[in-house]
Design a protein around this ligand. Structure first.
Ligand SMILES: *[C@@H]1O[C@H](CO)[C@@H](O)[C@H](O)[C@H]1NC(C)=O
Ligand SMILES: *[C@@H]1O[C@H](CO)[C@@H](O)[C@H](O)[C@H]1NC(C)=O
Ligand SMILES: *[C@@H]1O[C@H](CO)[C@@H](O)[C@H](O)[C@H]1NC(C)=O
Ligand SMILES: *[C@@H]1O[C@H](CO)[C@@H](O)[C@H](O)[C@H]1NC(C)=O
Ligand SMILES: *[C@@H]1O[C@H](CO)[C@@H](O)[C@H](O)[C@H]1NC(C)=O
Ligand SMILES: *[C@@H]1O[C@H](CO)[C@@H](O)[C@H](O)[C@H]1NC(C)=O
Ligand SMILES: CC(=O)N[C@H]1CO[C@H](CO)[C@@H](O)[C@@H]1O
Length: 872
């Protein structure tokens, strides 16, 4: 949420003068291998020494002696680490707040890749064995290794098919020539092509129909250039630690499996988390929240969870209540009411804590000394919604004890179902420090001041920041203004965040941990919730993330706008997060900033109903956008949410797969059909798993969609009408009147469904429906995962495979979960007319023709063991 008019302020002090620095540093002398590479437990190690020549100290202090470690970690994962021999540079910590590296004892026996290197100048290639394709190639490009500047380039084909590097609001395929993606966590209202909240230096590339992945494990600010024929990394600290993912089958989904093997698998949500969510910033009082909850009910639109933004707080302080508009007892009553109706409630918590001296959480943290420090040892003070604030230093050994207490007391007080952690880039409204000893709860917000006054304050902050020095004791680096200025949309690094010279525990400058701040909060907050209720799957939604955060939290794509381009681009952003291992992700439906129009909100409710994480959210000054406010929007919401709720068992099964394997819940067509060039740029249609294809309207006034269909049969979700596609290249125009989102089911799939109700619980209380969508050979296959829907530990689960072949439906697999509802209905689409009768365990099953499908109703097939149903 929030950062409203901040965007305008940024434009005011930036004047858009960002250096791009596309070029490679061709004058750099490079390095040579010194001595013989020697074997290590898991690969090779060799020293590098700087060649003599000009072009040293380009942007920092050149480091002469390096060590390269090459680890053949698994058959599909290669690790190449280039580090300073003296180990002074700060890598991503090998902890939960960074990335825990796998502990390996021996190299992989067989690999799908080769690693080749040249001695002088040192360069390396990663080769995909299956077709001898060189997928990463630093030869012919300089290696630069300075304390505050690392540069490495790989050759790639012109107009390469690269997806990833984020977080950024941009089309999915990142084929811009001579363009830059900056990775540096930043609170910014989703400007296109600029660095925003999270840091994910990871990309997938598809070449000749085969995919591989490249991850630079580095948490420093960086620019990544997708120029013609190359990708260039320019990084302002740390080391170059690359991981390459080369699955044998070359499938994009296998690349994601390999990537999440390293960074951690996405967390498993509880079933209720897949229900519909509603929030707004700007609920005026508790009655306003109740009005929204009741409005959904009156309009028969499903609502699972209500969210309360910072509105409920007293002066926007965490863990407090506005005594007039959101008194404590009214919030407790709301939570009770939600639970009584089998609904849920979530509130926001920001990391920044008011320095107001009568504020107990501050007092407690101050006593425990757990806040980020200035480089002179005093408490670092920034400004966030509650005025002047301090920031927990998650790396402090007592931070967990501090945070556990605050979080657990808060959860208990309101009996909350989850937490929403925002502003954790960390966002702060000053340029670095706001000064020392500040305790005002209501200082002016700079963007509300006249320009001149704001500029004056900004200049004072700049002077105060500079007065603290550009470095920290014992460190000679220029942390405030490194010579290589990454292209951060925010300008100077400390702009609207903690000073780069502020200190974390162990005297680590914020400069080195900035991109990990939100990630560490995600990890710690999950631990707190697990201490609160050890066997409940924690629900946390976070704005800032890093590689691996998906094992702890979900993510929403931040402060977008009520505009058609943001509606459309939300699909690409969700694709990115599926690829970054954060499968529980979604965008603010109907848009956050600006006023949503009725047609926009209608289309967005249709699309958002299918997001992995689905929530309508709005900002303070914007007009209301509850879906029940417009009749067409309400109708579109009812229809699209009926699709979502019918698909809940399918979604839940996909989330389990994502949690176990790492594949996305939403998938771009190109990830499922990497050999079809026509899909390379399609970031508008999306697959839910492999079997459901949605083709939303993303353009204003459009009433049809030109849709691609992969080869095969696709059945219209609503009418069962079959569309046979002979080539993915052809486009089909689908009718999409205002309240309709086209959805198709892949012939060859068996989907477990439910009868949609207003609540997840009620939806699950009815029997299962099996939808058998036959392919051209009259066959189909599908999967259903069942557990108790919310516990961390699952002693009994069912993992059932359904196959349909030669007129026989077979259910096999594991039937550990005994309490599941039975199968009540089987529906076959695409069946030849020759099916006349059916039988199950010798009993005849009644078949009827309904809307082009063959339907067996009122069945009573328990999901406690194998069964077959014969159709003749
Ligand atoms: C990056 O590419 C996009 C799309 O081509 C373009 O709109 C944008 O201006 C480019 N940005 C820069 C900084 O060149
Ligand atoms: C809540 O806010 C609304 C809108 O400002 C106002 O009309 C209403 O009177 C308020 N209700 C209470 C109980 O304060
Ligand atoms: C601290 O908070 C209280 C209660 O909100 C407020 O009255 C007081 O002015 C605040 N103190 C400062 C220094 O802002
Ligand atoms: C960054 O800081 C420097 C040094 O104080 C200042 O001269 C420059 O204007 C700032 N740049 C931006 C984009 O604010
Ligand atoms: C948005 O709606 C609000 C209230 O409904 C109104 O005050 C505001 O002027 C509108 N903004 C725009 C940009 O139309
Ligand atoms: C959509 O229709 C409205 C009303 O006719 C028109 O003002 C607007 O420009 C149209 N938008 C587009 C993108 O064509
Ligand atoms: C900061 C930013 O990207 N603002 C854009 C938000 O979306 C609106 C509508 O598309 C644009 O006009 C803004 O420029």
């Amino acid at each position: 949420m929030k950062s409203h008019i901040l965007v305008a302020v940024a434009a005011f002090y930036l004047s858009g003068a960002l250096a791009q620095n596309y070029d490679v540093s061709s004058s750099a002398p490079g390095y040579a291998i010194k001595g013989k590479p020697h074997r290590t437990k898991t690969g090779l190690e060799f020293p590098l020494e700087l060649n003599s020549g000009d072009g040293v100290d380009l942007y920092g202090k050149t480091i002469n002696d390096l060590v390269v470690n090459v680890d053949f970690e698994t058959s599909d994962r290669l690790h190449v680490k280039i580090a300073d021999k003296a180990a002074k540079q700060i890598p991503v910590p090998d902890t939960a707040f960074g990335l825990e590296r796998p502990k390996l004892r021996k190299p992989a026996k067989k690999t799908n890749y080769d690693f080749k290197y040249t001695d002088n100048p040192f360069g390396f290639q990663v080769i995909r064995k299956v077709d001898n394709e060189v997928i990463f190639d630093t030869n012919n490009y300089p290696l630069v290794f300075e304390d505050q500047y690392l540069e490495l380039t790989t050759g790639v084909p012109d107009d390469a098919n690269i997806y990833g590097i984020g977080e950024v609001t941009a089309p999915f395929r990142r084929n811009n020539h001579q363009n830059v993606t900056t990775v540096f966590a930043r609170d910014a209202g989703t400007p296109f092509y600029e660095n925003i909240y999270g840091s994910h230096p990871y990309y997938n590339e598809i070449r000749d129909g085969k995919a591989h992945g490249v991850f630079l494990l580095n948490a420093h600010g960086m620019d990544v250039f997708f120029a013609e024929g190359r990708v260039t990394y320019k990084v302002i600290g740390g080391i170059l630690e690359f991981y390459f993912f080369v699955p044998k089958d070359g499938k994009p989904n296998s690349v994601l499996e390999a990537y999440t093997d390293l960074i951690g698998k996405p967390f498993m949500p509880a079933l209720w988390m897949l229900g519909w969510n509603h929030c707004r910033y700007g609920f005026k009082n508790i009655s306003h929240v109740n009005w929204a909850v009741d409005g959904y009910k009156a309009a028969n639109i499903p609502l699972e969870t209500i969210w309360v933004d910072i509105d409920y707080m007293d002066h926007e302080k965490d863990f407090t209540f506005d005594p007039i508009n959101f008194p404590e007892e009214s919030m407790i009553a709301l939570s009770k009411k939600m639970h009584a109706n089998n609904q849920r409630m979530i509130t926001m918590v920001d990391p920044a804590l008011s320095t107001n001296d009568s504020y107990a959480p501050y007092e407690r943290g101050h006593e425990m000394d757990v806040f980020i420090k200035n480089n002179d040892g005093t408490e670092f003070t920034g400004q966030v919604w509650p005025g002047y604030t301090v920031f927990p230093d998650w790396w402090h050994p007592k931070a967990a004890e501090f945070w556990d207490y605050e979080i657990i007391e808060w959860m208990k007080l309101l009996d909350l179902d989850g937490l929403w952690i925002d502003m954790n880039e960390p966002a702060s409204f000053c340029l670095g420090s706001c000064g020392s000893g500040k305790a005002n709860t209501d200082p002016p917000l700079q963007w509300e001041l006249p320009e001149e006054e704001a500029a004056k304050i900004h200049a004072e902050e700049q002077a105060a920041l500079d007065a603290m020095g550009i470095s920290v004791p014992g460190d000679t680096r220029n942390l405030l203004y490194p010579n290589y200025a990454i292209n951060s949309g925010g300008g100077n690094l400390s702009e609207r965040t903690a000073s780069m010279t502020s200190l974390h525990y162990g005297d680590i400058p914020h400069y080195d941990y900035h991109n990990l701040y939100g990630h560490a909060e995600c990890s710690l907050t999950r631990e707190s919730l697990l201490k609160y209720k050890p066997n409940e799957r924690p629900f946390i939604l976070s704005r800032s993330t890093f590689a691996g955060s998906g094992q702890y939290v979900g993510h929403w794509t931040g402060d977008n706008h009520s505009s058609w381009d943001k509606l459309k681009n939300s699909i690409a952003e969700i694709f990115n997060f599926q690829m970054f291992g954060v499968s529980y992700s979604g965008a603010d439906v109907c848009g956050f900033f600006d006023n949503a129009t009725e047609p926009l909100c209608t289309r967005w409710m249709e699309l958002g109903s299918l997001y992995p994480f689905a929530r309508n959210h709005n900002t303070l000054v914007a007009s209301s956008q509850e879906p029940f406010l417009w009749e067409r929007t309400a109708e579109a919401s009812r229809r699209a949410l009926a699709v979502r709720y019918a698909l809940l068992p399918y979604y839940y099964t996909l989330f389990e797969e994502s949690h176990r394997i790492g594949t996305g819940v939403w998938r771009p067509l190109i990830f499922e059909y990497p050999e079809e060039d026509a899909f390379l740029d399609n970031d508008v249609q999306f697959l839910i798993g492999s079997n459901v294809l949605a083709s939303p309207v993303v353009n204003e006034n459009a009433t049809s969609v030109d849709a691609h269909f992969p080869e095969g049969v696709w059945y219209d979700w609503y009418t069962n009408e079959a569309h046979v596609s002979t080539s993915g290249k052809e486009k089909v125009t689908l009718d999409a009147p205002m309240e309709h989102i086209p959805v198709h089911v892949r012939g060859g799939a068996i989907l477990p469904l439910k009868t949609p109700e207003m609540l997840v619980k009620d939806t699950y209380a009815s029997p299962y429906i099996l939808l058998i969508a036959l392919d051209q050979n009259g066959e189909a296959e599908g999967r259903l995962y069942i557990d108790d829907q919310h516990s961390v530990e699952q002693p009994e689960t069912s993992d059932i495979t359904f196959t349909y072949k030669h007129g026989v439906l077979k259910a096999s697999g594991n039937f550990g979960y005994k309490d599941a509802e039975k199968i009540g209905t089987i529906k076959i689409v695409g069946a030849q007319d020759d099916i006349k009768s059916a039988s199950c365990k010798g009993d005849k099953v009644e078949l009827v023709n309904k809307d082009g499908a063959l339907v067996a109703e009122d069945l009573d097939i328990p999901l406690t063991g194998r069964f077959t149903v014969k159709f003749n």
